[in-house]
Design a protein around this ligand. Structure first.
Ligand SMILES: [Zn+2]
Length: 453
């Protein structure tokens, strides 16, 4: 007798299971939060407690977000900051972020995760690097736990303030020993290295221009001791080059290597301005890149050369970056942005929709060192998947290649988003009873922060 499944996603018109593995129609069966079996449309699906009808729709692995600052959705699209450079934008927003408290961290995460789920994201990192008050990362982890989302917060930090000639105001930076102590506390309290984990933690000093060498080195040692990953911004902006050359006498990448970060436990956001030799060195060292197309177009004026970095063997994943720089947080949109940008920069033959999808799934999972369980739908992988609505007006007529259609047409939204077998978006609707309250609180807190200037 066939084993009864917890759920079956049935009648899909197309299933992208993994890089190079697709079914022209079929089903996926889920048991105990994992992919238990799949089959094409000619094979009968096993019996299940719940049948999710994906009729006429495309199924992919959930997209994975490797760079975000969720709290910034409290200051999205803020007038005086929107037309500045990266450094000008930061100095405008820092005083507002200095008012962030635990409620702000909780509700921004709750609303931010809801937004990510609608854009087809099933695992997200977050990089919270302002700490005007304690317990902010604990608060956002609570939001992820309340939702049941797979969450990978990184303990961000800044230790240099405007008093030392740097950008951030004194109220959002911390001393190195406080940062390191809290990093260790968070690892012990929340980091779950076991299979199927819903919460993992990484360490993430903000950037070469906001922390000192000692903190970068001590963070690398701490991450090695606990076997956790490391994340930071790197080579994002020409101002960062001038800053590093002036302060350290070396480029941002040389600085990164010098402080002991060039290894396969690290992934970096942006990587838009490295030299070719630097790219090759970090690729060889196993460093991953979180590619953030929208943020690059809004703020940075350059972008990671994704086809070239991938040709060097570098893991490249997708990131939506902070909601205040990219303003939207849809991984579908970032996958489409990656497709457009790579073709714009490298030529029409350089990058396909499948490449972009691979970046947002396998590539992102590789950045997080989690390719054994997420970023694909092979048997035994976690049941983190998305059913995409292909019947919308904007996809009418796209009958030939469903994966090209998914990223070229649109906007496409998630019809179903499943995390570990749990349905969090159903029929295009978020299944979050706490959302109306969270949106009301979020609005109140955002208005309060934006009055602070
Ligand atoms: Zn960022």
């Amino acid at each position: 007798m066939q084993q009864r499944m917890d759920a079956v996603v049935a009648n899909a018109s197309h299933i992208y299971l993994d890089r190079g593995v697709e079914l022209a129609g079929g089903w996926i069966a889920v048991r105990h939060g994992r992919v238990a079996a799949y089959g094409d449309s000619g094979t009968p699906a096993p019996p299940a407690d719940r049948v999710i009808d994906a009729g006429g729709r495309v199924v992919t692995p959930g997209l994975i977000n490797t760079h975000h600052h969720i709290y910034q959705n409290l200051t999205r699209s803020f007038g005086p900051a929107v037309n500045g450079t990266l450094f000008g934008w930061l100095t405008t927003l820092y005083p507002m972020w200095a008012r962030l408290d635990q409620d702000g961290a909780y509700y921004s995460a709750y609303v931010g995760i809801a937004e990510l789920l609608l854009g087809g994201c099933t695992t997200s990192t977050d990089h919270l690097y302002v700490h005007p008050r304690p317990g902010l990362i604990d608060a956002e982890i609570r939001a992820a736990q309340d939702i049941g989302f797979r969450f990978y917060p990184t303990r961000g930090s800044m230790s240099r303030s405007e008093e030392d000639g740097y950008l951030p105001p004194r109220s959002v930076v911390q001393k190195n020993d406080v940062i390191l102590e809290d990093s260790e506390r968070l690892i012990r309290a929340y980091h779950d290295p076991s299979p199927g984990a819903l919460i993992r933690v990484a360490l993430a000093p903000c950037s070469p221009f906001s922390v000192d060498d000692d903190l970068m080195r001590a963070t690398a040692e701490l991450s090695e001791r606990h076997g956790v990953r490391m994340h930071t911004h790197l080579a994002e902006d020409p101002d960062e080059d001038s800053f590093c050359l002036g302060h350290y006498g070396r480029t941002p990448v040389e600085h990164f290597e010098d402080v002991g970060w060039a290894n396969d436990r690290s992934w970096v956001a942006h990587f838009a301005y490295p030299s070719d030799a630097e790219s090759k060195r970090l690729a060889k060292a196993g460093v991953g890149v979180a590619h953030c197309p929208s943020s690059n177009m809004v703020l940075c004026g350059a972008t990671a050369n994704v086809p070239r970095l991938r040709s060097y063997g570098m893991p490249v994943g997708l990131g939506c970056d902070g909601s205040a720089s990219a303003d939207a947080a849809s991984l579908w949109m970032e996958a489409r942005g990656a497709l457009m940008l790579a073709r714009f920069v490298n030529g029409a033959g350089a990058f396909t929709a499948r490449d972009a999808l691979d970046v947002g799934t396998r590539g992102s999972a590789a950045c997080l060192g989690w390719e054994d369980e997420i970023g694909h739908l092979t048997v035994g992988a976690l049941a983190d998947l998305v059913v995409w609505d292909m019947a919308s007006v904007s996809l009418a007529g796209a009958l030939d290649d469903p994966i090209e259609a998914l990223l070229r047409c649109g906007p496409a939204t998630a019809w179903t988003t499943m995390v570990g077998g749990r349905v969090l978006v159903d029929g295009g609707e978020l299944q979050l009873p706490g959302l109306p309250d969270a949106l009301r609180e979020h609005r109140r807190i955002a208005a309060d922060l934006q009055r602070a200037l």
